[in-house]
Design a protein around this ligand. Sequence first.
Ligand code: DGY
Length: 327
Amino acid sequence: DTPTPTARAAVLVARRIFPETLARLRQHFDVDSNDADEDWSQEELIRRLQGKAGVLLTGTQRVDAALLTACPRLRIAANMTVGYNNFDVAAMDAAGVVGTNTPDVLTETTADFGMALLLAAARRVTEAERYLRAGQWTRWTVDLMAGAEVHGTTLGILGMGRIGQAIARRGAHGFGMRVLYHNRRRLDAATEQACRATYVDKATLLREADHLMLVLPYTPENHHTIGAAELALMKPTAVLVNLARGGIVDDAALAEALRQRRIAAAGLDVFEGEPHVHPGLLQVPNVVLTPHIASATLRTRRAMADLAADNLIAYLTEGRVLTPVNR
Ligand code: DGY
C-alpha cells in the first residue's frame, strides 16, 4: 500500500529572513518566501497569502479586516517583532486567527540601544563626529561639545514592560541613576525593588526626569502621548529618547522644541510615517537619528526570526502557541 501523503500546510515568509530559519520552516511546510525582500503592497501581500495557513511578517505589514476577509485559510500571523500595532487584534479574534510576537529575545539588546541613544544624544556623539569629519576641529577647548551628564541623574521611563525594566536596571545599577517610571499598571514591589524604580504619575515623570525614555507599546490611545504640552513640562536640559514607535511622539512638536532648545536633545529610533523622517528633525543638530535598529544585532534578529518560525511550527503542527498576543 502506498501511504497517503499528509497535506503540508502552506506558509508565506513575507520578508527575507535567515537561510537556516527558512530551511527549518521548509522541513514542515510548503514555503513561499520573499527572498528578494521586495516591498509588497497590501494587495500583493493578500495575493501571496492565498491558500496559506500561516505568515511570518514584520511590523511594517498589516493584518487587518480586509486582509483577513480576503485570506480565509489564514490561521496564524507570526510577527518577527515584539510590537504588534500592525495587527488589528479585534478583527483577528473575530476571524479566529492567532497573532504572535517575539518578546524576551530582544529585550536586553533593545535596552542596550536605549542607553546608546541616551548617551549619544546627551554627550553629543554624532554632532561631534560630524564636526570632526567636516574638518572643523582645530584645537581643544574647555567647552568643546560639552554635553549633559548621564550618570547620577534622574532617568524617567514611560512604559515599564520588559524593555523598560531592562533599561531601569542599566540606569540604576550601571549608571547610578535615580529611576522614576510611569506605566498603565504599577509594578509589584519586588520588581520595583529589583529595578530600583519608583512609580510616579505622568506629569511628575515629565517634570522630574533629567532624561526621559519612551518604551511603551503604540495604541490609538497613546497617539501623540508626548506633544507640545508634555514637552513644555520637561526640563530645558532634558534628553528624550524614543525607542518605542513613531506616533507616540508628535514629531513636528518635538522638532520645534529641539529647534527652540526647549529640551536639550533627543535620540530617536522610530518616527511617525517611517521611513519618512519629519524634515524639522533633519534640520536640527541636537538629535541623534537611527533607522529603527534598536533590536538589530545579528544574534537577536536571528532569535526573533526563529521564535516567529517556532510559533508557526508549534501552532500549525500541534495547535500550540508559544507567544500569542490574542489568546
Ligand atoms: C519590535 O520588535 O517591535 C521592533 O520595533 C522592531 O520592529
